[in-house]
Design a protein around this ligand. Structure first.
Ligand code: NAP
Length: 297
């Protein structure tokens, strides 16, 4: 079988253990990978390591940034690099407009810089394919945290999942399969119907506050303030809240603390609990998108 990526040259800039796997997988698919800000083994077939970001971007057909992209000061997320790496305006100007730039989720600065330089930014976490596959390590990681925080088993516990999107569905199914008495809070009638079909207990949002008092465990997946101070007043101080929604989460953490409820924000679980799986998910999707790009060019 011909390697799918047939010698295409791509740049991988920074990242964490996920991008180490991504580099391996891209090379296995036939790409030539320029790398900066990641401790890949030098001399590996198909990989060239750079210290100068401008050189790293020469003649490339795609740029792959770390899943979280850049911070508010313009530095790439590089947990394994020996020095910080900035994505400057000057560097961005070197990326041709037709070259796709992959990132997990673009924070405001990256989105603004990309639009200014008319770059083709592809936000992988917005793709259902990535979000659904990533929901598996997210759900497993959330359950792992719950097991560490609770003095009781998941089996037989009273668990609530707030939100029934890509993450909420997977988490609710996992909790149900583990024997938790699982209630799922959703707002759409069709979602409430699906929750019933899954043999879980549907809770419309307007009934959430009155039922949460029975919870041992609450997982939030809604990226909006849903576990407000008023709602938290109804929650037992023995309960544990794990908020998976993107920062700042959907929980009033200050109020939770004042009520003595253990509540934590749990960002980036796939990269933390299953970097190999998460790296393979990225590789699978980026490879498919690059093959489509090559077919279209
Ligand atoms: P999603 O598929 O868009 O699901 C979001 C859910 O939230 C849907 O059920 C949606 O309901 C509900 N929702 C949104 N706004 C709401 C509001 N104002 N009131 C009530 N419900 C509302 O998103 P996802 O992929 O599951 O991701 C959920 C969150 O988790 C995101 O913030 C994502 O960044 C984060 N995430 C975190 C991790 C981690 O490791 N911590 C991993 C993956 C994702 P409707 O369908 O009715 O609109």
């Amino acid at each position: 079988m011909q390697p799918e990526l047939g010698g295409i040259q791509v740049a991988v800039m920074g990242g964490d253990a996920r991008e180490l796997i991504l580099v391996e997988e891209l090379v296995a698919s036939g790409a030539r990978v320029n790398v900066i800000g990641l401790p890949v083994k030098s001399g590996a077939d198909g990989v060239v390591i750079y210290r100068d970001p401008t050189e790293c971007l020469m003649d490339i057909k795609a740029v792959i940034l770390p899943v979280p992209g850049i911070n508010e000061k313009g530095f790439l997320y590089c947990t394994l690099a020996d020095q910080p790496l900035a994505l400057t305006e000057e560097l961005m100007a070197k990326i041709p407009a037709d070259v796709p730039v992959f990132v997990g989720m673009a924070r405001p600065l990256l989105a603004q810089m990309a639009s200014q330089h008319r770059l083709r930014l592809i936000e992988l976490m917005k793709l259902d394919e990535v979000a659904i596959l990533n929901s598996i390590p997210s759900a497993e990681g959330a359950v792992q945290m719950a097991m560490e925080m609770l003095p009781i088993t998941i089996h037989g516990s009273s668990a609530f999942v707030v939100g029934f999107g890509r993450t909420g569905i997977t988490l609710a199914r996992l909790l149900g399969a583990m024997g938790a008495r699982t209630r799922v809070v959703a707002r759409k009638p069709e979602h409430l119907a699906r929750i019933t079909e899954m043999n879980l207990v549907p809770v419309p949002f307007h009934h959430m506050a009155e039922t949460l008092g029975e919870a041992d465990l609450i997982f939030n997946t809604v990226p909006a303030p849903v576990l407000t101070g008023e709602v938290l007043e109804k929650v037992s101080p023995e309960a544990v809240i794990i908020d998976l929604a993107s920062a700042p989460g959907g929980t009033d953490f200050r109020k939770a603390e004042s009520l003595g409820i253990k509540a934590v924000l749990a960002p980036g679980l796939p990269g933390k609990v299953a970097p190999k799986t998460a790296g393979r998910v990225l590789a699978r999707v980026i490879t498919r998108l690059l093959v489509e790009e090559m077919a279209g060019s």
